[in-house]
Design a protein around this ligand. Structure first.
Ligand SMILES: [Zn+2]
Length: 301
């Protein structure tokens, strides 16, 4: 396993996908990414399967070996087509297969965490759609449990940014209760977009952390997966991902850094900025560091 040595000790920071600067410097394949991130003092990388699991096991193993060499930990994002709420058995079954094929490549990367979008409400009531989701996800967890190679892996249902999608904080907590290997992926940009800009002060972020602590306890809350980016929103929620240059939509990272330090959280934090993921991940790391040194100064005074 290529797990970061500081996992569980301090928050980890990194990009989701390739930054524009990575391509601009002439890099094409993810093979160079571990060295590139290590040179920038970053810890983690999320590989998105987007429209399908297309990378071979052998390429993934080569990237995994580079991760080992440079101390970078990888997670994967399962394909966007997953819909555990689908009333069509074939689509629901495909969703299970997307998870299993994502885990197979995750294992080759030497990583531990697989993030996924749960599904969409569709024409049914929220309750009916969520009941189906829970049922299909439970079946997926049974299949994961049958495969020895998958025993060390963690599944992370993500909080979503549009009303039509399943994945409020409360729904994600319910799904995480279904297995010891299910941890929340808390996308704070999505939550802010879903509720029209609800995350402003440290107290707004703290409310979410307290919900997670109440529902899931300390271990899963401290070590949650976090997606953080500024996101434009409208009446139905998320519209598009922005960069940290935005000062209209938010959320800002500073108040969340306060909460991380206050509660001693050690999340894996990925930037999903539009093109500046690695740069904005480094900005978040620096904000967290200065928040931590402020606190240390205060407690030594
Ligand atoms: Zn996502």
């Amino acid at each position: 396993m290529s797990l970061n040595e500081f996992s569980g000790v301090r928050p980890l920071f990194g990009p989701s996908g390739h930054s524009e600067s990575y391509a601009a410097e002439g890099h094409v394949s993810t093979m160079d990414m571990p060295a590139w991130l290590a040179a920038r003092g970053l810890d983690i990388f999320e590989y998105s399967f987007g429209r399908g699991v297309r990378i071979s096991s052998s390429s993934a193993a080569e990237i995994g070996a580079k991760c080992d060499e440079y101390g970078i930990e990888m997670s994967v994002h399962a394909p966007y087509f997953i819909n555990f709420a689908s009333p069509e058995p074939e689509k629901a079954q495909n969703s299970v297969n997307y998870i299993l094929s994502s885990l197979k490549i995750l294992k080759c990367f030497g990583g531990e965490r697989c993030v996924f979008h749960v599904g969409a409400q569709g024409k049914d009531s929220r309750e009916a759609a969520f009941a189906r989701t829970k049922d299909m996800f439970r079946r997926t967890l049974d299949l994961v449990a049958e495969e020895n190679a998958f025993h060390s892996l963690i599944l992370c249902p993500e909080t979503m940014g549009k009303q039509a999608q399943i994945g409020t904080v409360e729904e994600v907590i319910e799904l995480c209760k279904l297995g010891d290997n299910v941890y929340p992926c808390v996308d704070l940009g999505h939550i802010n977009a879903l509720y029209g800009g609800s995350l402003k002060e440290a107290g707004d972020f703290e409310l979410i952390v307290r919900k997670l602590l109440d529902g899931l306890g300390e271990k899963k809350t401290r070590n949650m997966q976090v997606h953080f980016s500024k996101i434009q929103y409208g009446a139905k929620g998320e519209i598009r991902h922005l960069t940290f240059a935005d000062d209209v939509y938010g959320p800002r990272f500073e108040p969340f850094a306060e909460v991380i330090v206050k509660y001693g959280l050690t999340p894996h934090i990925l930037s999903e900025s539009a093109g500046t993921q690695a740069e904005d991940a480094a900005v978040m790391r620096d904000i967290w560091k200065s928040e931590l040194s402020l606190k240390n100064k205060a407690s030594n005074a």
